[in-house]
Design a protein around this ligand. Sequence first.
Ligand code: ADP
Length: 784
Amino acid sequence: MVDEEVIKEERELPLLPRRDAVVFPHLVTQLVVTRQSSIRAIEEAIAHDDVIVVVARRDLEAGKLTFDHLYSIGTAAFIGHHLKMPDGSITLWIHGQRRVRLAELIHDEPFFKAKVVPIEESTQKPIHIVALMRAVLALFEKCTTLSSQIPDDAYIAAMNIEEPGWLADFVASSLELELPERQEILETLDTHERLLRVSILLAQELDVLELQSKIHTQVQEEVDKSQREYFLREQLRAIQKELGNIDPLMREINELKEKIASVGMPEAVMNKANEEVERLAMMPPASPEVSVIRTYLDWLTTLPWSKETEDNLDIKQAARVLDENHYGLTKIKERVLEYMAVRKLAQGKLRSPILCFVGAPGTGKTSIGKAIAQALGRKFVRISLGGIRDEAEIRGHRRTYVGALPGRIIQTMRTAGTINPLFMMDEIDKVGMDFRGDPSSALLEVLDPEQNHSFSDHYLDVPYNLSKVMFITTANVLDPILPALRDRMEVIEFPGYTEEEKLGIAEQFLVPKQLSEHGLSEEQLRFSTGALRRIIREYTREAGVRNLEREIGNICRKVARLIAEGETPPHLVTSLSLTKYLGPQKFFWGTAEERDEVGVAMGVARTEMGGDILGVEVTLMEGKGNLTLTGQLGEVMRESAQAALSYARSKSATFGLDPKLFEKTDIHIHVPAGAIPKDGPSAGITIATALISALVQQPVHKEVAMTGEITLRGRVLPVGGLKEKVLAAHRAGIKTFVMPKKNEKDLGDIPANVRRELTFVYVQGMDEVLNTALIDKREPRRQL
Ligand code: ADP
């Protein structure tokens, strides 16, 4: 029926406007027509067994269709098979015949009718057209193999088309193109041009298809691989089940799930844990991640999340426990009992305050912490913060690091096994800071009751509640602790023990403890009070009782050996037999200096070990007025020495000194015990006393010790650490203690026996110091 003869010349024909299709000559297209006017046009064409002109709509948005909305080139076509549908629409097959140009509208009611002019098409095939046709065919072949949309036999059909324009039309109609693109092909009347356009479209389509196919292949490969593994694993499991042994991975996963459900995790943590279990189940067993997940789950399931011990708030019983374990320390015990009482009344609503025990080693900080835990019925755990410089030590490393672990806090909580242990952090004054981050910021979070209910550990990755933990920190000295940390804590000072207290501790606690540790009974070994006193005085010099305990332990060990070697008990260690066990005495008790000397004065300093006496020596030599300072003195202490010298010079007349003396004398001030760095202003009056003693050639009383800062005009200013200093002076056998008047209030806590044995002289000015310290018995002046 295809016949170009149908319209050879200008004719008037009904139009079929389409918004969805461009019909090409020679090709059959299926259409569904619903518009009433179009149905009328079709009926007209069928009635006359004539062609109809299918033409596309240009403007899809426009409301009422007018002649202007139509493209000017359409296709005259026969109507083939057609079906009337129940809803009034018509489905029909259209056979395109030839391109026509719309010349003039005849009428638009009841249907469009227009005057149309046929368009001649060239069927010439010069060589460049043939080449183009081949190129189009080659591209089209590729497209058909790649695309699922183009039917396979389309290529065969295309191969058999002889006419170039027809081929272009055919290929364009097979591709998925937008309506304007199709119309453009229809309107390209030059065959060479048309073929060229089609080949460009084909190349674009081919690009898309190739990319699509690549993606598809990749996806398919992935899916295949994981499916294969999944099936193999499932098969393996099934086989193992058949053989009677349960898949170990399955068993592990089931166990993990049970554990997760049973340890009382918060919901968020439980979800996280279950997620990880799912990941574990999906993972090939050989994957290195498996062990990472396993370790992580192990941490999650072994940490305490809700297990808690009940606090024993029976105050009387607690008091008994504390007394049973410790001699003295009355104030500290009282504070602990108060804390328990408040807790009892507040019924758990009270947030645990953070206590900070400050004192020298061996003053009982750790052991009273243990006793508190015992009295409360809590677990006791401790870590040492000394030397920690890396935040990751507190907070852990992220799991992405190889071998990552939680930080010390979480590790220790696992050891505790409950969420409310008594957690002791030792040496909080020795926390460092460097490029790896500041551990104190992590500590601030741990010790802040507002934040520590959701402590974040990098490894754990889920918040951990530390709010029920009772934290106690310890430090040797208060000063190095960050102020922000210090503010969060209630400081309780352990000033150190007097000789009497040490004796009590030794008799009641240390001796029995060491005996039992060495498997000895009281019948086998006893210590006389005299022996213990001598150990305290001559074998130890400390604020606490650590060395005392060690020396007692030494004796026990030696006696145990003797007994094992067959000697007969009882052994009584007396002050006389002591050297037999401990060797010669280590410290000289009593007066720190043997004689009253010129140019030597005794000061007291607070050290990490509590307090200690500190001699200051001054020597004068002929010279040019230079001042030399030795003995590892800090900046502040050097300035004190300068101030003392200036004071002495300004008062030279009062002391009856020749003002020229300073110009021809070199002064050397030395503070022995060289290895210990010394600093602070509190040696001021000691240096001044030694200096003036040397200048005026009057000796200093050997039993006088002093502390106080000096001003240029000789006023004495108050200093810190008085309790430790008084105890140290007492330990060293000092009789008279010179101290600033303003510090008098600090003596409240000094034990009565120490107060009795020491004479305190409260001074405001240097003259009072010299009055007490110098012995006014002029020795013959040495030649300077
Ligand atoms: P610190 O933690 O302050 O360095 P420790 O608590 O380790 O000191 O004490 C050292 C030793 O001294 C322990 O064996 C402890 O039992 C004992 N000790 C200290 N003070 C007392 C005391 N007041 N009563 C009984 N024993 C004490």
